[in-house]
Every structure is written in C-alpha cells, then in structure tokens.
Design a protein around this ligand. Structure first.
Ligand code: APR
Ligand code: MG
Length: 195
C-alpha cells in the first residue's frame, strides 16, 4: 500500500479501486516577450485560480467515462479551458510524475505539454467561454519566471501563494527539469530592476 508522496506510475495504476485518480497539466510555450522591454519572459506557463482560492493546474478527476488517464485529462482540460484545448492532446509522453495522498485516497498525475505561443494565447482568449469558468475556475494566470532585483518580486513572490496539493512542487520541478528558468547561455535568471 502506498503512503503519501511520489509513486511510480505502475505503482499508482496498481492501487486498489478505493483510490481516485486525478490528472493535471502544465501548459507552456516559448515566449520571446520582454517585461519593461528588457526582462526576458522566456516561457508563458499557465496555472489557474481555483474555486477554493488556491492556485493549481488545469485538470481534475478521471472517472468511469474515461478510457484512460489521458482521456480524462483532456476532457477536464476542455471543461476548464474551453474549446481551444481541443486543438492539442496531452499524451502519455507528456507525463512527468504521480503523487499519492493516502489520507484522501487520491493519486494525482502530472503532465507538462509544450505548445506554440499562439495555441496558448488561444486557450487564454477562449477560457472565459469554458463550461467551468466562474465556477471551478476563477481565471488563468501566467507564472513569472524571472526574479526582480529585490530578490522577491517575480517567481519567489509567486511561490508564496497558496497552492492545491503538490502543485507548488510540481511547478518547481517542471521549471527546473524542463530548463525553463535558464537563459539561452545556460545561466540562471539574473536580477532586474522593475521601473
Ligand atoms: N497536485 C496534487 N493534487 C492536486 C493538484 C495538484 N496540482 N491539483 C488538484 N489536486 C487534487 C485536489 O485536491 C483534488 O483532490 O486532485 C483532486 C482533483 O483535482 P481537481 O482539479 O480539484 O478536481 P476536478 O475534477 O477538476 O473537480 C473539482 O472535485 O472536490 C470536488 O467538489 C469538488 O466539484 C469539485 C471537484
Ligand atoms: Mg480541476
């Protein structure tokens, strides 16, 4: 029996029928934009403000309608993000990790999907028409990847928000492992003064 924490996908799939499976996805796209004309944005990374006032990734519970985890995830993405999410499909190849919460008997699977910026912007534009908008989803937000010169503004301040489940850890791990924080030269994000 798994406790709480990271589990292998095979182990997660072998959990008993008393467990519920949820899938969430980080959608991201290269973004050439610069804040104040000089701070590179690097990537647009999407999260959402949830109905419970916490930040999380779009997605949700997989149920008996769904043929597999990814069917459930893509259905949830359409419900929460709207029809622009039909332009792509999050696949098993995008899978990153699973976390079990023994108390709630929920195992949460996490995916990261790289899009073109145009596709991500289309998701943002269509999100107010999504079925769950204003209900389970209060709005999409982009994650600031830079750190401002005060050492707090940007990503460090963003990470001080409240996050659902393991969403904060999922975000930090994905940003690191996918290399989204590194500049083209391989250096860490340097500090910039906002004005
Ligand atoms: N990491 C780990 N767990 C997460 C994450 C995450 N990033 N995001 C959400 N969870 C957990 C939540 O705590 C919840 O238990 O996964 C479960 C399902 O995720 P949601 O996105 O909240 O589920 P969804 O199917 O979209 O619908 C929410 O569930 O609790 C009910 O009544 C509630 O109708 C609401 C529905
Ligand atoms: Mg959800």
């Amino acid at each position: 029996m798994a406790g709480s924490g990271k589990v292998e996908l095979a182990e997660a799939l072998a959990l008993g029928p008393g467990w519920r499976h949820a899938c969430h996805a980080m959608l991201y796209a290269p973004d050439p934009g610069k804040l104040f004309g000089r701070i590179p944005l690097r990537y647009a990374v999407l999260m959402q403000m949830r109905f419970d006032g916490r930040l999380g990734f779009p997605g949700g519970f997989v149920d008996s309608r769904d043929g597999c985890l990814e069917d459930g995830l893509n259905r949830e993405l359409r419900e929460e993000l709207g029809e622009a999410a039909s332009a792509f499909r999050v696949e098993r190849a995008d899978y990153r990790s699973s976390h079990a919460a023994a108390g709630q008997r929920v195992v949460a699977h996490f995916y990261a999907k790289r899009l073109e910026l145009e596709q991500l912007v289309a998701v943002e534009a269509g999100a107010p028409q999504a079925k769950d908008h204003g209900l389970e989803v209060l709005g999409l937000v982009r994650v600031p990847l830079y750190t401002l010169r005060d050492g707090v503004g940007g990503l460090p301040a963003f990470l001080k928000n409240s996050f659902i489940g393991t969403a904060r850890e999922q975000l930090q791990e994905a940003l690191q492992d996918l290399g989204l924080l590194e500049s083209g030269s391989g250096r860490k994000t340097s500090a910039h003064r906002p004005q």
